[in-house]
Write a protein that binds this ligand. Structure first.
Ligand SMILES: NC(=O)c1ccc[n+]([C@@H]2O[C@H](COP(=O)([O-])OP(=O)(O)OC[C@H]3O[C@@H](n4cnc5c(N)ncnc54)[C@H](OP(=O)(O)O)[C@@H]3O)[C@@H](O)[C@H]2O)c1
Length: 410
């Protein structure tokens, strides 16, 4: 390529620095003319003249063709991306929260001539957004299930394989740069939820707000729950799931039991996976590093290259969708661990198949509607209740309590 693409970078943290280093190490044809950051006085690996604290210097520079937004503040990011699109710039972002919360508005803003790519926003280094948008554009997607958050998967793996406690595992994830600045975004399932919202648009043509998806995190999972899974040859993973049933799509983010021998059971540490079942293609499994500076920056680089002459997303299913809608009206088999038996009264279980006691509290295995769980999201979080869905297991009876758990069949 003769001409270098003039690029304005916003954010010089974990991903921004990795991007800058790869561009230089590989002599890529991108000229990062200015880097906009927030905090003056912060020690940087580059000299001060590379930086600005005024985003306007990038967006108003007619020479800058591509704005690469890599900051950790979704509200500020939305304003910047919006300004960039309105100014007719090509914009690349990794900010899933911002994209998920403003997807329809962002699509509308592109009418002004700006273009937007966000491959790195979903599962870091796995090329799933463009694949979903282009390869699967005509394919009816029956099911998506995946591990979309590297930090939570890393934490669950370290607890399970190395016996670290939750706080040690979280601190290690933060040290290695896998965790968001606010760890609740990862462990509470919200980061996964944002990514699922983005995929729902490309896979089914559904735009929904992140807060309408039932989202339960891993932050209260304890050794009781992991032992329960281990005794049955299972693991617990934070799963994003969408299932199409005629013209309804049921979607949620929840810890789920997976068979240790199942595809998703082999996905450990910061790795992510997306398992797609299409009507004609059947199953495709994509795995790769879903977090970390370099893998995420690699997706950003693919997007910067895409800005050269290639169109951005088609949103084919979104433009074509007349019928498919999102619904929480479905029943799920779940394991629910409570701390006080009175807490169970809040839940409208349709069936309880099995229950058992722990030293503190107990658990039930039964069937409950997603609607009911969604309405109790805040209660579940506040009380530290653990819910693990069994919807990825062929036979949820594997979860029934064993004799040593003092089963009381109901
Ligand atoms: N880390 C990952 O593995 C990963 C994976 C996939 C996607 N992402 C996404 O990539 C984005 C960046 O993540 P990160 O991990 O690189 O974040 P980070 O390490 O926390 O760095 C954030 C950077 O943004 C800058 N910044 C924050 N607010 C700003 C503002 N208002 N104006 C200008 N600069 C601002 C900060 O400036 P200062 O340097 O001055 O503080 C810092 O350089 C996020 O949207 C994240 O969700 C990250």
């Amino acid at each position: 390529m003769d001409k270098k693409i003039k690029t304005g970078l916003v954010g010089f943290g974990c991903v921004g620095q990795a991007l800058y280093e790869i561009i230089n190490a590989e002599s890529l044809p991108f000229d990062v003319s200015r880097i906009c950051v927030k905090n003056p006085g912060k020690a940087r690996s580059l000299s001060e003249e590379n930086f600005t604290y005024r985003y306007e210097e990038l967006v108003n520079d007619p020479e800058i063709e591509v704005i690469v937004e890599l900051i950790d503040d979704s509200e500020a990011a939305f304003k910047m991306v919006k300004q960039g699109l309105v100014a007719g710039k090509k914009v690349v972002t990794a900010n899933k929260k911002m994209v998920a919360e403003h997807l329809e508005e962002l699509m509308a803003l592109k009418e002004n001539g700006g273009k937007l790519w966000y491959e790195a926003a979903v599962c870091g280094g796995i090329p799933i957004v463009m694949t979903m948008d282009q390869f699967y554009n005509y394919e009816p997607i029956q099911e998506i299930s995946g591990i979309f958050n590297g930090s939570s998967n890393f934490i669950l793996t370290k607890i399970e394989q190395e016996g670290l406690d939750y706080h040690q595992a979280l601190a290690l994830a933060q040290k290695l740069g896998f965790a968001e600045s606010n760890p609740l975004l990862d462990v509470g399932g919200y980061d996964t939820m944002n990514k699922l919202v983005i995929l729902l648009c490309h896979a089914y043509g559904i735009t929904t707000t992140p807060s309408s998806l039932s989202t339960i995190g891993i932050q209260h999972i304890a050794s009781n729950d992991l032992d329960f899974a281990r005794q049955r040859g299972l693991k617990i993973k934070l799963i994003a799931k969408a299932v199409r049933n005629n013209n309804l799509v049921h979607a949620y983010v929840m810890p789920c039991f997976v068979d240790a021998n199942q595809d998703l059971g082999h996905v450990n540490n910061e790795f992510n996976a997306v398992l797609i079942k299409g009507k004609y293609t059947d199953e495709h499994l994509f795995t790769g590093k879903g977090a970390g500076g370099a893998p995420t920056a690699a997706s950003v680089i693919a997007d910067i290259y895409a800005t050269i002459g290639k169109p951005d997303y088609d949103y084919y299913k979104w433009h074509d969708n007349r019928e498919i809608t999102y619904s929480n009206k479905v029943s799920l088999p779940v394991y629910l661990r409570y701390n006080h038996s009175a807490e169970l009264n809040e839940f409208g279980f349709e069936h309880i198949w099995s229950e058992g006691r722990y030293k503190n509290g107990g658990f039930v295995v039964g069937e409950i509607s997603l609607d009911n769980l969604w309405s109790l999201n805040a209660y579940i979080e506040q009380k530290g209740i653990v819910v693990v869905a069994a919807s990825l297991l062929e036979n949820p009876q594997r979860l029934f309590a064993t004799k040593d758990q003092q089963t009381v069949a109901v």
